[in-house]
Ligand binder design. Structure first.
Ligand code: PMV
Length: 360
């Protein structure tokens, strides 16, 4: 499929008012996407767990304008309060998807959004937020085109959310998702994410992810700026090649369920992401002293108990603690007694791999 397949123009009989609501999950990358091309396609393939409890719920209300124009008019409400914080990103998103969704010119919008996780918790809401909004847009398109197939609906929703925020394209479907062309993964593409297409050992279907909130401040360097710094990065080529190899390593781990190999690979990926930030020009550091204390504590605990717990990191200081269902009670009392003290306000969020976006 090419970009051309996602152009939807020349609709007639547009409804005057409509409202759509979607709930979309966040996701955590196991193989990280870090570095992108101009058209928001990735430099390497990434694979993620969908997180069932950390979600954004978004309602898109639309009103038909008297005359269609390129000016996208919208207001954003976080819960019941009108806010401007998300405006620039949403404005750019609408402008960038206009060529694929020309019917948007006909409407003005009210967007009401809320997260199930605490606002300003440091958890990136762009993945869940952009996917929820893209799905609302696709619900309108589906109302305009009664012949639309379900498969196309979800593909284009992933395609549109990718334009809003790369990692958002992996938040449409549940379970494990893959984004970015890989020569050894059939049907993989840079344009949208696909459901991970190979055998998965059952341990991974309900894997736990407890997110330790170390830092709740806004990041000093945004993900967009971080991606840009990969353009002239001295390790860029090596990174992209390694990521493609790591996809193959993960493929066999997901199949055979070797949790010790899983912990090694996942931690390598997390550390590589942050090593790239620390070695870019200019360099920067997003992890905090407490991030390192947690990492060391997890490694010691794994060494002494032989329980296959591991960590991964997003572009921030928070730590995602990954562990299987078997032995979860023991790990959770370790988190309570040894890791919680390193979290800001002792806050952490218990989540797990689970279901994808749903229409409400
Ligand atoms: O989707 P973006 O542009 O915010 O980039 C996200 C990048 C990482 O979260 C660090 C990794 C990933 O694959 O999600």
């Amino acid at each position: 499929m090419s970009e051309e397949n996602f152009k939807a123009n020349n609709f007639t009989n547009l409804p005057d008012i409509r409202s759509y609501t979607w709930s979309s999950p966040s996701n955590i990358a196991l193989i990280k996407y870090w570095g992108k091309n101009k058209n928001q396609t990735p430099k390497n393939t990434s694979i993620s767990f969908t997180l069932s409890n950390s979600r954004t719920i978004t309602t898109l209300e639309l009103n038909k304008k008297n005359k269609a124009d390129n000016n996208i008019l919208f207001d954003v409400y976080y819960k019941n309060k009108k806010i401007d914080e998300f405006r620039p990103k949403i404005d750019l998103f609408f402008r960038n998807i206009l060529e694929h969704c020309s019917y948007l010119k006909e409407y003005s919008f009210k967007i009401i959004t809320a997260n199930t996780f605490p606002h300003s918790s440091g958890i990136a809401s762009s993945a869940s937020g952009m996917s929820a909004l893209a799905l609302c847009v696709m619900s309108l398109e589906r109302d305009l085109d009664s012949t639309m197939k379900e498969e196309y609906f979800y593909k284009k929703a992933s395609f549109l959310s990718r334009i809003g925020s790369g990692s958002a394209c992996r938040s449409i479907l549940g379970g494990i998702n893959l984004w970015g062309k890989h020569t050894e993964v059939e049907k993989s593409t840079d344009l949208y994410s696909i459901k991970y297409p190979y055998e998965i050992c059952k341990d991974f279907l309900d894997y736990n992810d407890t997110i330790l909130l170390v830092d709740t401040e806004a990041k000093k360097v945004s993900s967009s700026d971080g991606h840009k710094l990969m353009n002239n990065h001295i390790y860029a080529d090596k990174r992209y090649k390694t990521a493609q190899k790591n996809v193959i390593r993960l493929k066999s781990i997901l199949k055979n369920g070797n949790l010790n190999s899983f912990t090694s690979l996942i931690e390598e990926e997390a550390m590589m992401l942050h090593a790239l930030m620390m070695t870019s020009n200019p360099s920067y550091v997003l992890i905090k002293p407490n991030t390192l204390k947690i990492i060391n504590s997890i490694k010691n605990y794994r060494e002494t108990t032989k329980i296959p717990i591991c960590f991964t990191l997003d572009a921030g200081a928070n730590v995602h603690v990954l562990y299987p269902k078997e032995g979860e009670k023991e790990v959770e009392s370790f988190i309570e007694s040894e890791l919680k003290k390193y979290c800001k306000n002792h806050l952490y969020i218990k989540d797990k791999v689970g279901f994808g976006s749903i229409q409400l």
